[in-house]
Design a binder for this molecule. Structure first.
Ligand code: NAI
Length: 215
């Protein structure tokens, strides 16, 4: 496969292709043309061809795309062909909700939550233990962890991120409403998820539609 640099814009679209291709497989669809995929995903066929050509295409003239093969290749590009161990820091509403969700189906396995609240420490969520944050360094020494998810108050996020980095964590999935970029060394990656920003974009689109309709 080509190792040339793939733009962030294309990488951002790949999970959506991956999801649609998974749905197609579930429906027993093994082969699809860029035209059909474009109709379902509501992106242009040329966009699909351009995006997928980044990786050598996978499409054949007159045949379309082999859904299973394409999904496997996208999985490899996204690193989904290996299992990732995750931990969650903050076992409150959000941390518990994430631990309850089955990310395992995409290879992301939550192996522990951590909290400071003595009422929570020792409990489990879906059989996953909640440990004391004090046990975090030892846990990281003894268990391979690829991703740490931050679900704690923003005032604590930077200190805990630093603790994670000092103990070898290279990837942070950050839900705390704070910018961690300032403290991040070059070899640590962070993905921020802010649901309220998504809601604000929805609010903007709704407002624009309403204003457009009124004009
Ligand atoms: P919560 O109050 O239910 O849970 C926070 C948990 O963090 C508590 O169990 C608390 O004991 C624990 N905690 C506090 N300090 C800690 C430390 N130093 N180490 C380990 N655990 C610690 O709050 P909720 O609703 O779960 O929200 C958690 C965070 O996520 C908040 O910062 C909130 O603003 C944010 N949030 C972000 C969203 C997003 O889309 N990015 C959506 C919802 C919440």
């Amino acid at each position: 496969m080509s190792q040339r640099k793939i733009s962030r814009a294309v990488i951002k679209r790949l999970p959506r292709y991956y999801r649609y291709l998974g749905d197609l497989l579930d429906m027993g669809v093994e082969r699809i043309s860029s035209g059909e995929l474009s109709q379902q995903m509501r992106v242009t066929a040329s966009q699909i061809r351009q995006d997928l050509n980044n990786f050598g295409g996978f499409g054949q003239q007159g045949y379309g795309y082999n859904v299973r093969y394409l999904r496997e290749e996208i999985a490899k590009i996204l690193g989904l062909n290996t299992e990732h161990n995750m931990i969650i820091i903050g076992a409150g509403h959000l941390g518990t909700a994430l631990a309850n969700y089955n990310f395992e189906k995409n290879g992301f396995k939550t192996i522990s939550l951590f909290d400071i609240n003595p009422d929570l420490i020792g409990r489990t969520v879906r059989d996953i233990p909640i440990r004391s944050i004090d046990d975090l360094p030892e846990f990281l020494r003894e268990n391979p962890v690829d991703i740490a998810t931050l679900c704690l108050p923003k005032a604590k996020a930077k200190d805990i991120a630093q603790l994670l980095i000092d103990n070898g964590i290279k990837a942070i999935w950050n839900f705390a409403h704070t910018d961690l970029n300032l403290i991040l060394p070059k070899d640590v990656v962070v993905e921020n998820v802010h649901l309220s920003e998504s809601l604000m974009r929805l609010s903007y689109t709704l407002k624009s539609r309403q204003q457009g309709e009124e004009e």
